[in-house]
Design a protein around this ligand. Structure first.
Ligand SMILES: Cc1cc2nc3c(=O)[nH]c(=O)nc-3n(C[C@H](O)[C@H](O)[C@H](O)COP(=O)(O)OP(=O)(O)OC[C@H]3O[C@@H](n4cnc5c(N)ncnc54)[C@H](O)[C@@H]3O)c2cc1C
Ligand code: SF4
Length: 511
């Protein structure tokens, strides 16, 4: 006698045909459950483009599963029967079908894992094996190590996959070509734009729904040009490999006003929801190098982001457990200033990074790390609020990848697990790597006094405030010596002006 049908859950970031939950289910007997639910769409105020991307891609994926012979119970957000949450939808479908069993792929967020484990149904969570390193691989690597630095993990992953390897040695003789990858931008650069996709009928439906239901969320819904199925994502990848990868390395850290994508791939969302496979993307990039179409520094830099950083942060998130996102090692308490939600600011770099985030749901890594992240850290903003902001505003934001980047790398709130020193800089770094400062009402060259760049003031305030914590850090000694060499009056003036700046910001003045 055949057993009752099981419910095979497919979440909005699990849109991969050979997902472990689908592999474990029986196409003839089991039912696939997919649901657009209010609890997922509202637990942070997601950018409208992010909600639209996920709903559109889910709808297309469900249609393909049906074509492939699956029975799919799909609930749209505006369905009057919608139970409003993933557990609620599973219970409703269980009652409808008599199912007792749920087959799922482990979600990428502790919150949802706990919700599934609490269900009064028999739930089996299969590992999400759409990653290059399994949890066991990461844990084996991490076990017994005093520090969990990405670079060491990355080398191990290069060896394990053979990517960019010549026998046992790294291609070209070096593991890492980062020193070639810090070129400042030139304004005569030819900059390719990412491929854009006209909304089809499915995407148009998702856009209308999001427009009606989330009119007040931060971010522009239209124009919407993201890929929403694997063929489009593949076209976006192919376009990047041909047009941008060769210069990805050189200008990886550069920022130019109005040039939002530079030589970046803009594929993180596609990787994160399952439209692209990370190992396949790395191999495709490697093939560009072997064919002589892209230089090694570009390809190594790109592969390191995916094979190294992406896999590493996932390992950290799951190894550290559910409390990770709430860490606050530096005890920062300030509220996130309204300028992050689009209130006016005189700081051109922040206006640019936040403005493009609102328009595109995208900013590249250095904008996230050295502009919005750097400012929040220098200003002493509560990392939980910073975390919530990043989780909300970016098209690619899912907690397993966002939290280690924000809480760990950017805010140093995990006490130095991910970053060996805080990513703080004065305005000089932003000036060197961008053209923002030329159009700013502050003066990046002024360190104290009228018109001084706030990053300059806050940088020293941060170091001074956290002296006990960082003075002994070998990578920060030079900074402390520079601070000590300044005369006491200048140091006092900097700290007073930094405090005055923060007080104006707290009083909701435009800073
Ligand atoms: C504070 C902060 C928050 C971030 N939040 C997210 C997030 O929510 N989701 C997310 O996918 N990335 C996040 N990142 C990492 C990185 O900024 C984005 O992956 C990248 O900007 C995506 O754009 P791209 O596809 O053009 O990337 P490219 O610069 O072209 O890089 C190629 C790919 O490498 C991967 N990658 C690069 N850097 C990282 C990294 N540090 N961690 C993980 N993967 C990486 C991405 O998959 C990316 O698509 C964050 C970084 C910071 C500093
Ligand atoms: S001067 Fe300072 S605030 Fe203005 S753009 Fe440059 S770094 Fe940003």
């Amino acid at each position: 006698m055949s057993r009752r049908p099981a419910l095979a859950l497919v979440l909005g970031d699990q849109l991969t045909p050979d997902l472990s939950a689908l592999r474990a289910a029986d196409r003839e007997r089991d039912r696939v459950v997919m649901a657009e639910v209010a609890s997922e769409a509202t637990y942070v105020a997601h950018h409208p483009k992010k909600i639209a991307l996920i709903f559109a891609a889910m709808r297309k994926f469900a249609a393909r599963l049906r074509e492939a012979g699956w029975q799919v119970d799909y609930t749209t957000l505006d369905d009057p029967e919608n139970a409003g949450s993933i557990p609620g939808e599973l219970l409703r479908r269980a009652e409808e079908t008599g199912a007792r069993q749920v087959i799922a792929t482990r979600p990428g967020e502790w919150r949802l894992i706990a919700a599934l484990e609490d269900l009064p149904l028999e739930v089996t969570l299969h590992e999400d094996d759409r990653f290059i390193a399994s949890h066991a691989t990461f844990d084996r690597w991490a076990k017994g190590r005093k520090s969990l630095r990405m670079e060491h993990f990355y080398r191990e992953m290069r060896r394990a996959t053979g990517l960019l390897m010549e026998g046992d040695a790294p291609a070209g003789g070096q593991w890492n070509y980062d020193h070639d990858n810090r070129k400042p931008p030139r304004d005569d650069l030819f900059l390719p734009e990412p491929l854009r996709f006209e909304p089809d009928e499915t995407v148009a439906g998702a856009l209308d729904l999001v427009e009606a239901r989330f009119p007040d969320n931060f971010g522009a819904l239209r124009p919407f040009a993201f890929a929403t199925d694997p063929e489009q994502a593949e076209a976006a990848l192919a376009h990047f490999l041909k047009e941008a990868l060769p210069r990805f390395g050189d200008y990886q850290d550069a920022m130019l006003a109005g040039r939002r994508f530079l030589y970046h791939a803009v594929i993180s969302a596609y990787l994160n929801i399952g439209l692209l496979d990370p190992l396949e993307v790395c191999r495709r990039a490697e093939a560009e190098w072997t064919a002589g179409r892209a230089p090694l520094n570009a390809v190594e830099g790109f592969v390191r982001q995916i094979l190294g950083w992406r896999e590493y942060v996932r390992g950290i998130y799951f190894r550290e457990g559910p409390g990770y996102a709430a860490r606050n090692d530096l005890g920062h308490k300030r509220d996130l200033p309204p300028l992050y939600w689009g209130a006016g600011t005189r700081m051109a770099c922040l206006a640019e990074a936040v403005g493009q985030t609102r328009e595109e749901a995208y900013a590249h890594h250095i904008q996230r790390l050295m502009v919005t992240g750097n400012f929040a850290l220098l200003a002493g903003v509560d990392p939980a609020q910073v975390h919530e902001w990043y989780l909300a505003v970016y098209i690619d934001a899912f907690e397993w990848v966002e939290a280690p980047n924000t809480v760990g790398m950017s805010q140093f709130a995990d006490g130095g697990l991910v970053a060996s020193k805080p990513y703080v800089s004065s305005g000089a770094y932003i000036d060197r790597m961008s053209d923002y400062c030329g159009g700013c009402s502050y003066d990046v060259k002024t360190r104290v006094g009228e018109g001084a760049c706030p990053f300059n003031l806050l940088y020293w305030r941060f170091l001074d405030r956290h002296r006990a914590r960082f003075e002994g850090n070998p990578r920060m000694g030079a900074m402390y010596r520079t601070w000590e060499r300044m005369d006491a009056g200048r140091r006092r003036a900097i700290l007073e002006q930094a405090d005055a700046f923060l007080a104006r910001m707290e009083a909701d003045e435009t800073v």
